[in-house]
Design a protein around this ligand. Structure first.
Ligand SMILES: [Zn+2]
Length: 280
C-alpha cells in the first residue's frame, strides 16, 4: 500500500519530497505555490528537477493540489487568471514528476439553469488542456456536498464530454464521499461495483484518505484523523483499502495535524492496519 500525506513547500519542492520521506510516506501532496493566490509562479526549475530525481530514487509518488481560489466555474473576470494558474500548476507538476494536479469539481453558478455550470466547467477544462501537452493530468476531486460534483456519474460525464479525456483523471476523497452521502460506510461493495461499471475507478489516479468529523449525508467538509474523532469506522475503510484495484495508487492524508496525532504516527498506524510497510 502506498500511503502519504500533504507536506509544505517551505523548503522548496525537493525539500517537500525529503520531508515526506522523513515522515515515512511513500507519496505526498503539495501546493505548487501560495495556496491563497492564482498568480503564476516563476518557479525554480533546478529545485523541481531535484524533487523529481529524489522521488525517482526513493520511489515516491506525488500529486499537486491547486490553490484554494481555483474554480472550474469562475466568474468572468477570473477565467483567464484561473486558466493560466492551472497551466502553471501543471507545468510545476511535470517538472517535479508529479502525477497530476487536483482540482475540485466546479460549483453551481446559476441555480435556475444547472447545465450552464457543467458547460462552463467543460469549457474551462478545454481551455486549459488545449494549451497543455505535458504528462501531468488534471485530477477532478469529488465534493462533500451541494448540488454538483458529488456523484461518480458527473465526473465520468464531464471527462468524456471534454475534448481531452485522456488528460483528465480523478482524485477520490473519502471524507467528501462520506459527507456527501455517496459513500455511507456500508455501501462500499455497491460503490466499487458502480465505479467499475461507469469506468470511474479505472481513471482514479490518487485518493485523499480522510475521515469525517460529520456524519454521512451532512454535506459538511471537515476532515478527521483516520483512527480517531471520525464517523467512518476502521472496518468501513477495509473494503476500499483492500480492493486489488487500488493497491498501486497513492492514498494521501489531508487529516488534522493538531488533533493529538502527527502524520508520522498516522502513517505508522495505516501501515500496521493495512500493510504497505516500507523499508527505509
Ligand atoms: Zn481532498
Amino acid at each position: 500500500m502506498i500511503f502519504g500525506c500533504h507536506v509544505s513547500i517551505k523548503e522548496g519542492y525537493l525539500g517537500a519530497a525529503k520531508l515526506a520521506y522523513k515522515k515515512g510516506a511513500s507519496a505526498f501532496q503539495f501546493f505548487p505555490k501560495n495556496p491563497r493566490s492564482l498568480v503564476v509562479k516563476e518557479f525554480d526549475h533546478l529545485d523541481a528537477l531535484g524533487c523529481k530525481e529524489f522521488c525517482e530514487k526513493y520511489q515516491l509518488q506525488s500529486i499537486i493540489h491547486t490553490p484554494y481560489p481555483t474554480s472550474l466555474t469562475p466568474t468572468v473576470d477570473k477565467r483567464n487568471l484561473t486558466i493560466q494558474s492551472i497551466i502553471n500548476d501543471l507545468s510545476i507538476a511535470d517538472a517535479c514528476g508529479a502525477i497530476g494536479v487536483v482540482v475540485h469539481f466546479g460549483s453551481p453558478i446559476d441555480t435556475t439553469n444547472p447545465l450552464e455550470s457543467y458547460h462552463l466547467m467543460i469549457d474551462m477544462l478545454n481551455s486549459v488542456l488545449e494549451q497543455w501537452d505535458g504528462q501531468a493530468l488534471i485530477l477532478l476531486e469529488n465534493i462533500a456536498g451541494g448540488s454538483m460534483g458529488v456523484t461518480l456519474e458527473e465526473h465520468v460525464q464531464v471527462r468524456s464530454l471534454s475534448l481531452f479525456p485522456e488528460k483528465i483523471g480523478f482524485c477520490f476523497d473519502t471524507c467528501h464521499a462520506f459527507a456527501s452521502g455517496l459513500w455511507n460506510g456500508e455501501n462500499t461493495k455497491e460503490l466499487l461495483q458502480k465505479g467499475t461499471t461507469l469506468n470511474y475507478w479505472s481513471e482514479v489516479k490518487a485518493f485523499h484518505l480522510n475521515n469525517s468529523k460529520y456524519n454521512t449525508g451532512s454535506g459538511k467538509d471537515r476532515h478527521a484523523n483516520i483512527f480517531q474523532n471520525g464517523f467512518i469506522k476502521e472496518t468501513e475503510f477495509d473494503d476500499l483499502l483492500t480492493s486489488p484495484m487500488f493497491q498501486h495508487l497513492p492514498f494521501i492524508l489531508e487529516t488534522p495535524k493538531d488533533d493529538g496525532i502527527s502524520y508520522e504516527e498516522e502513517l505508522v498506524q495505516l501501515q500496521q492496519r493495512w500493510g504497505g510497510l516500507k523499508e527505509h
